[in-house]
Design a protein. Structure first.
Lengths: 134, 330, 221
């Protein structure tokens, strides 16, 4: 059977932040090529902001029919994803993870690349709140 | 948006069933999406086959009959038909004298008709093609798919159809069709967007109080949007666009065509302004047709097509025609 | 038999492989149908998803009715069915892509990854020829050419089928995403001119789905 992977979308106010975190998570995941991660950062024409269009495009890009976990940085990024989910503008099986941006992204992408289901990928992102650094 | 339909998936089939019920002189194959003259193939006559996406009625099925098309192939709404339809149509209307495909210049139509021509030729049918591209709104033909086929299609189908009815051979019918197309120019104006059954609502946004000059028959964007204008101002803009491009040096046929959602009262009023505008520019009009002929579903608005006329074309135009949408002389 | 880095052996490219591809492509198109239509409603006439779905459903049914014995025959058959059922420009273009690729595979019961790659390249070239377009016109070629080139590069650097198709899938996906800022020059979108900028091309997107299905078909053994 083919293993369709859960997708991960990183929504940040900054295109650079979203892109770099996606790249880092991809590199940390073993067999990184198998991870479907997309960045939706910044406003549509560039600059700091959030774009519903970019988010939609990114979610559809990584959606293989087995769910997509979205991780957003702050404020309007979170609100835009919530609004898209409420308006059913994102594919079925898309969920917003309550997770720290970078740590959550790494947890989600590593777990998704290993072939876990959408609940496990979201849980991996959310568990990242528990990592103690000191 | 409320529509007089059952479900979006069956609009084309439902329309064909209704056409069949109203016009026993047509053979309507609902399953294979084919409308054919009942007396086809007509002995010794070149067959004319056209087709395109549905949603432009009466084009093309309403133009099937004596003096015009032998067969029409309707596709899904705004989607070109598939090659099998045209190949089947060609086989049904070919009496051995060959078949002319009348194709509106859209990427999908051109590709599907090209493939159909190959299929038909493999079956031994001689095929000639004419691509209608009369829409002057498209100014950049190099970096677009080129000028679109709109109202000029009616003139090509009628005049080439009349020549075929008189017994002209395929090369002459094809040459005449090209000549008619070369002499046709059209310009459309939208007052509202059209709504496809599949979408259930407008396919583009046209803000209230604005119109779009140069609209295509699928709602393709035109040259510009402007604040609403009067019928006289719209006629001047449309006539300017076609006359500047065609530069007619003699009499012309005129089609004042409704897009589907504009009342005939308004269309006739618009025709009065079109005739005035042509008169002011010194263009003599020999025949005029007013009505909904090349429509865009429920779009409000109109297009103006001007077609060069000469003695031969005038005689062909006046010859008998008997179709669902055009009928005179018989 | 070649073996990929992860140790999974490459599958044979036989008629079962192409049938697996067809089934994966059909389900991907079905799943993404409304998204394709949404992309098409921005720069086309809002029917790409519906038309592709109708075509692939018809092709799947036809291949099931008349199973073919060679990969070339299956691809050719699918191409013919798409031409007969999709309509619009997508029907002839996708139909030609697969028909030409299928014919290039000949009548062998199984082909090498290199032969599949050459066949896909000849299919893509025939799409460019038929549509009189090139890369950068905001069409399906913007994901197909990068995919074929990535596959060629991977195979020439010693990769096996799995890795080569994975590279093709990534390149197609990136190619489709990269159509957003391009000005459309072909098809109905071309009439939008500048207004076509900022929208992802539906054709490049559906083409990337078909390439991804090849990668999945190779994984799915």
């Amino acid at each position: 059977m083919t293993r369709r992977r859960v997708g991960v979308v990183l929504v940040s106010h900054s295109a650079e932040v979203a892109g770099s975190v996606a790249e880092m998570a991809r590199c940390l995941a073993t067999g990184g090529a198998a991870a479907a991660v997309a960045a939706a950062g910044g406003a549509e024409g560039g600059g700091i902001g959030t774009s519903a269009e970019l988010i939609k495009r990114a979610v559809h890009r990584v959606d293989a029919g087995v769910g997509v976990v979205v991780i957003a940085d702050l404020g309007s990024a979170v609100l835009t994803v919530k609004a898209l989910l409420e308006d059913k503008e994102l594919p079925d099986g898309t969920r917003l993870a309550d997770a720290p941006f970078l740590e959550g992204a790494v947890g989600a992408v590593v777990t998704a690349a290993a072939g876990a289901d959408v609940a496990a990928v979201a849980a991996a992102a959310e568990e990242a709140y528990g990592y103690r650094k000191a | 948006m409320k529509m007089l339909i059952n479900v979006p998936e069956t609009v084309v089939a439902d329309g064909l069933r209704g056409l069949a019920a109203a016009h026993p002189e047509l053979t309507v194959d609902v399953e294979n999406r084919l409308v054919v003259r009942r007396d086809a193939p007509v002995e010794g006559k070149v067959g004319l086959v056209s087709g395109g996406g549905s949603g432009h009625e009466p084009l093309h099925a309403g133009f099937v009959g004596r003096g015009m098309l032998d067969a029409a192939c309707p596709g899904e709404v705004f989607t070109s038909p598939v090659p099998d339809q045209m190949a089947r149509a060609a086989a049904a209307v070919d009496s051995g004298a060959g078949v002319l495909f009348v194709i509106k210049n859209y990427t999908g139509d051109v590709l599907n008709f090209d493939m159909a021509a190959e299929l038909a030729e493999d079956e031994g049918v001689q095929v000639a093609k004419v691509i209608v591209n009369d829409d002057v709104a498209v100014t950049d033909s190099l970096y677009t798919a080129g000028r679109r086929g709109t109202g000029g299609t009616l003139f090509v189908e009628r005049l080439a159809g009349a020549a075929a009815e008189e017994g002209a051979p395929l090369d002459r019918v094809a040459t005449l069709a090209h000549r008619v197309n070369d002499g046709c120019r059209s310009f459309g104006v939208a007052l509202s967007a059209c709504s496809t059954p599949a979408k259930g609502g407008p396919t583009f946004e046209l803000p209230p109080g604005q119109l779009e000059l140069g609209i295509g028959i699928h709602g393709e964007p035109g040259r510009e949007r402007r604040a609403m204008m009067t019928s006289g101002e719209i006629a001047d803009a449309a006539v300017d666009a076609v006359v500047t491009d065609l530069r007619p040096d003699g009499p012309v046929f005129v089609l004042v065509n409704g897009m589907g959602g504009t009342p005939l009262l308004e269309l006739y009023g618009f025709n009065a302004e079109v005739q005035r505008a042509l008169g002011e520019r010194g263009v003599p009009v020999v025949r005029t047709l007013v009505g909904n002929y090349v429509t865009s579903l429920d779009m409000a608005g109109a297009s103006v097509t001007v077609c060069r006329a000469d003695d031969e074309l005038l005689r062909l135009w006046d010859s008998p025609v008997r179709t669902a949408a055009l009928r005179w002389g018989c | 038999m070649n073996t990929s880095a992860s140790g999974t052996p490459d599958p044979a490219i036989d008629s079962a492989f192409v049938r697996r591809w067809l089934s994966l492509a059909t389900s991907a198109i079905e799943h993404k149908s409304s998204w394709l239509t949404e992309l098409d409603s921005a720069i086309g006439d809002a029917d790409h998803g519906t038309n592709m779905q109708r075509g692939f459903a018809a092709a799947s049914a036809a291949v099931e009715r008349e199973p073919s014995n060679t990969p070339g025959e299956v691809l050719t058959h699918v191409g013919r069915q798409l031409i007969s059922s999709v309509g619009g420009a997508a029907g002839p273009l996708y139909g030609t892509l697969l028909r030409r690729a299928g014919k290039a595979l000949g009548d062998q019961p199984a082909v090498t990854p290199e032969e599949l790659c050459v066949a896909l390249r000849s299919g893509v070239d025939s799409v460019a020829q038929l549509g009189r377009s090139e890369r950068g016109d905001k069409t399906m070629l913007d994901s197909l050419y990068p995919a074929v080139e990535a596959m060629e590069f991977a195979l020439s650097s010693g990769s096996g089928l799995l890795a080569a198709l994975a590279a093709a899938r990534t390149a197609a996906d990136e190619g489709a995403a990269a159509t957003v800022p391009i000005l459309a020059r072909r098809g109905r979108a071309s009439y939008l001119g500048e207004r076509s900028i900022g929208h992802q091309d539906p054709g490049a997107t559906s083409a990337a789905l078909l390439i991804a299905a090849f990668a999945e078909a190779a994984e799915a053994v």
